[in-house]
Design a protein. Sequence first.
Length: 300
Amino acid sequence: MRQALFSIVIAALSVRLVVSSPLQAPAKRASNIDDATVLNFALTLEHVENAFYGGALAKFDQQAFLNAGLPTFARGRFAQVADHEKTHVKFLSDALGAKATKPCTYNFPYTDPKSFAALSQILEGVGTSAYTGAAQLITNKDYLTAAASVLATEARHASWVASAVNKFAGWSGAFDVPLSLNQVYTLAAGFITSCPSSNPALPVHAFPALTLSNPVPGKKSKTVAPKSSTGTPTFIAFFSGLDKTFVPITNGEVAVPEGLSGQVYAMATTSGTEATDDTIVAGPAILLFERDSNGNLISS
């Protein structure tokens, strides 16, 4: 039942990506990505998380969490996580000064505390991958150290909500997935409905949505990915930890690799060896393959 709830949340997120994300062709990485750009990108994500937690805690009281069957401590801990995200927003805003991006208007696909907790696990996982992927773009060592400190906290959030609240493993494996700015923005764009026109423009764009039907490691899954100016997708790249596994699309289906665990990302590409802005056609799609302590998949 828990795994089924996550499937519903991911499906809702996929629909929002189809509707909300700009379906434009992938562009080459901008050459003007400096430290201020990376910090503003991080601030954009922190605004999303700040609004996510603030909105849910305002909507659901302690009794709502208890009625949903969540632990008695869950709401109080989520309130602490919310304070962390608010602190991250202030920290980055103070560092950027007048250049700081302002919060947007958001809409999140949770309907109760349980779906909120499921989405929290996914968001914190994306946040961890975002900071991990952006680290290579930061040149100032002080900024890099600060980003590493935030990354560690985001990873603690992800681990706590996965294990203590949702009763899954607190990790996906020995490594987390580093995601690029465009890959992360694609996932964040599904929650953003509008932004202040005065916000600084970020050199990022969202890829079209990728859908995999009922993906299970070791089995085939139907794929839906649009054509783009990049071309017709011929492979699905599965991102797990630091590994990328490329599987050809055959008759509209892909064989999901065996052994995948935790939060995995899938990209539709035109290449069987590279998943870059030049080859990605659609995605990332978020896949969750939760396993028990013996390594067995937890079924719906």
